[in-house]
Design a protein around this ligand. Structure first.
Ligand code: DQQ
Length: 543
């Protein structure tokens, strides 16, 4: 059907068919990137979860292999759920993952490569002493104990890892230690915990140096001045805190304790969950992946035969002010760019719509800078908006004129605009600074019924003394749209299923401004993106 060919992505990570959710255990080892994933061998809905496995040399093209872990022991018969890889001294990778056991309790389990000289590490052997952890400490919730992190060396030279859990009603990144990575004991306090929220799924913990986009290996010596990030997947989104790892207390200490978790920072403000990062020793960077679920219906997924994808891998680092993470698609994805087009020195007055022609509007990479001609017209910022940027994007849509903005891109637009998606900014004046709202508004993205079509949004600070340009990069890949605002300060992943566009096979991209103040576009570049070879080679998953 036109819909299944239209929505299947061309350069995102997906298996050839069926259901996929969380990235699990990404790693770089002996020249090969490995991506494992939560996978259902039997259909495009959640269930019967095993670890799918793919390998790559460039993070763009992937070979699908046979599953690395399947449900075949009493401690993982209910599912081989999310986990991580740690590379032990001497170059020994080890997987630690959550098993749903025969009693449907959650346990942590270990697996080693059968043959470390196999470049693809196809076969994994489960440890004889699995499960290595059970939820048997007092106060633990036996069905909320999962998603172990990559291990790191603690202050006493022993291994540490965190596991998401619920302890006496608190959400926690529980802390465990081990001398040999096989025998684990619970530390008497969590790495960090917080009152009154749901279980933290898929915790991620890593170090970063402010203003340095090189990554750090948490098990290597952490340089002076480094900070730490703790990410948790909760309330359907990936949130994080910046702080330090206090070696005396063997605990994460956030720089600011924010009680209202609606105000916690987010890795991505759209359809993005269960992300996991790893240190890429090839290029000395940290890379993060997230799962983007479908926002159509389960019956649509049955018709498509697939559900779920992973976002483009992103380099992730800490901003110079040490207050927030920044992300940018890995440079390797640029190898797919073709048919470059450029425009310079555009002026967008109120109501202007500038068509970006000659790129494939279904598969494109667009980078555009907006330069503010004046800032006098910025309207006042109301801090209560931070509690619900989605609501604000919904109320002040792309056609509602403001002082400065809305300006941005209209993508996946039909000839008469019956269907279109808007990605845009509005600039507000706060006390001593400016605040930028970035929205990805899907409300008119499709005429089909039964879709989730929110207006996603997030705010970032903007220092007008230092910067006058607000940059936007949007990667359009059929049903997946990823946007990066302000150099990666706000990232929004969106899933879109246009119906008219799927039928006519034609779409448009525009730059627009609906604000009272004129904005300049000093530079606009756009490319058609070629199709990558993702899990389609004769490897296992194509069968
Ligand atoms: N998905 C996994 C769990 C994890 C959840 C199961 C997050 O381990 O908590 O597939 O999406």
């Amino acid at each position: 059907s036109p819909a299944s060919t239209m929505y299947k992505t061309a350069f995102h990570f997906q298996p050839a068919k069926n259901w996929m959710n969380d990235p699990s255990g990404p790693m770089y080892f002996n020249g090969i990137y490995h991506e494992f994933y939560q996978y259902n061998l039997n259909g495009p809905i959640f269930g019967d979860i095993v670890w799918g496995h793919s390998v790559s040399t460039d993070l763009v093209n992937w070979i699908g292999l046979e599953p690395a872990l399947v449900r075949d022991t009493p401690s993982d018969i209910d599912g081989c759920w999310t986990g991580s890889v740690t590379i032990l001294p001497g170059g020994k990778p080890v997987i630690i993952y959550t098993g749903g056991n025969i009693d449907q309790h959650q346990t942590q389990n270990i697996a080693f490569p059968k043959n470390r000289s196999d470049p693809y590490l196809r076969e994994w052997i489960k440890a004889a002493n699995n499960p290595v952890l059970r939820p048997d400490e007092p106060g633990m919730n036996v069905i909320e104990f999962r998603d172990p992190t990559t291990g790191w060396i603690g202050p006493d030279g022993h291994w540490r890892m965190a596991v998401g859990g619920e302890l006496n009603g608190y959400s926690a990144a529980l802390l465990y230690k081990s001398e040999d990575f096989l025998n684990w004991t619970k530390v008497d306090h969590p790495l960090y915990s917080h009152n009154g929220s749901n279980m933290w799924e898929c915790p991620d913990f890593f170090a970063a140096l402010p203003g340095n986009n090189g990554g750090l290996d948490l098990s290597a010596a952490i340089p002076q001045g480094a900070k730490h990030a703790l990410k948790m997947s909760v309330d359907s989104v990936d949130k994080y805190m910046i702080g330090v790892y206090d070696l005396q207390r063997d605990a994460f200490v956030p720089d600011n304790v924010v009680d209202d978790r609606r105000l916690w920072l987010r890795i991505d403000y759209g359809t993005f969950y269960a992300s996991k990062s790893f240190f890429d020793s090839k290029k000395g960077r940290r890379i993060v992946w997230g799962w983007s679920r479908e926002t159509d219906s389960p019956s649509d997924d049955l018709a498509k035969g697939w559900a779920g994808l992973h976002t483009i891998p992103r380099t992730i680092w800490l901003a110079a002010d040490g207050k927030q993470l920044l992300q940018w698609p890995v440079e390797e994805i640029e190898s797919l760019r073709t048919n470059e087009i450029n425009h310079q020195g555009l002026e967008l007055n109120k109501g202007d719509l500038f068509e970006i022609k000659e790129v494939d509007a279904f598969q494109a990479d667009v980078e555009i800078d907006f330069e503010l001609a004046s800032i006098d017209e910025a309207e006042p910022f109301d801090p209560s908006w931070l509690l619900d940027p989605e609501k604000h994007c919904g109320e002040a849509g792309a056609s509602v004129p403001g002082g400065i903005g809305p300006f941005g891109l209209v993508i996946l637009a039909s000839d008469n605009m019956d269907e279109h998606t808007e990605v845009y900014f509005r600039v507000y004046k706060s006390q001593e600074k400016y605040m930028v709202l970035m929205c990805s508004d899907l409300r008119r993205s499709s005429l089909r019924p039964g879709l989730e079509k929110p207006a996603y949004g997030g705010f970032f600070e903007f220092d007008l003394a230092k910067e006058r340009k607000i940059s936007l990069r949007t990667l359009i890949d059929r049903s997946a749209v990823e946007s990066f605002g302000g150099g990666g300060r706000v990232c929004i992943t969106s899933r879109v299923y246009p119906a008219v566009l799927a039928n006519v096979g034609r779409a448009h991209i525009y730059a627009f401004n609906n604000g009272n103040a004129m904005v300049r576009v000093p530079q606009l570049s756009a490319w058609t993106m070629r199709k990558a070879q993702v899990n389609v080679e004769k490897g296992w998953s194509a069968i």
